[in-house]
Ligand binder design. Structure first.
Ligand code: MG
Length: 165
């Protein structure tokens, strides 16, 4: 069964949101580089790459179902942040919003009895559990560090340990 136009529109909006997320994390990486936090910069760069893969995955699904992804302009993300903690808090907030998107999309797909889309969205629902857990973990660590520069540098070293998925 060919995918409905409304589902293509809904998933295309999420393709745009994934590109925006990538742009946001790329912006955070640029900021971290400027602030001499190479670990955070690397972590955010890998995160930005992952978001591009999410966009690609959604696009591939739309195509497989005989649809055609609709593109839209990508908003400009913020470029200035007060601290590494603020960066990670913004990342966590963003992931919560993304989870909300996928929850609403899954509910819509269920309503329309489009179970193939429900199944495709399940991967993202699972992925969001990890995204929330990770960003929330780093928010906790950075809160713990507070104003102590030594602790911040230690966390930056830990962030640098992240490997490409
Ligand atoms: Mg994503």
């Amino acid at each position: 069964m060919k995918i409905s136009e409304s589902t293509v529109e809904m998933l295309s909006k999420q393709v745009n949101a994934e590109f925006y997320a990538s742009y946001l994390y790329f912006s955070m990486s640029i900021w971290a580089d400027r602030e001499n936090l190479p670990g955070l910069a690397k972590w955010m760069e890998l995160q930005a790459k992952e978001e591009l893969e999410h966009a690609e995955r959604l696009h591939k699904y739309i195509t497989e179902r005989g649809g055609s992804t609709i593109l839209a302009p990508i908003d400009l993300p913020p470029g200035e942040f007060a601290s590494a903690l603020e960066v990670m808090e913004a990342a966590y907030e963003h992931e919560l919003m993304v989870t909300d998107n996928f929850t609403r999309m899954t509910a819509t797909a269920l309503e329309e009895q489009d179970f193939a889309t429900v199944s495709a969205l399940r991967w993202f629902i699972d992925e969001q559990v990890e995204e929330e857990a990770q960003t929330s973990h780093w928010v906790d660590r950075l809160r713990l560090a507070g104003e102590r520069k030594g602790a911040l540098l230690m966390i930056d070293n830990q962030l640098a340990q992240r490997q490409e998925a």
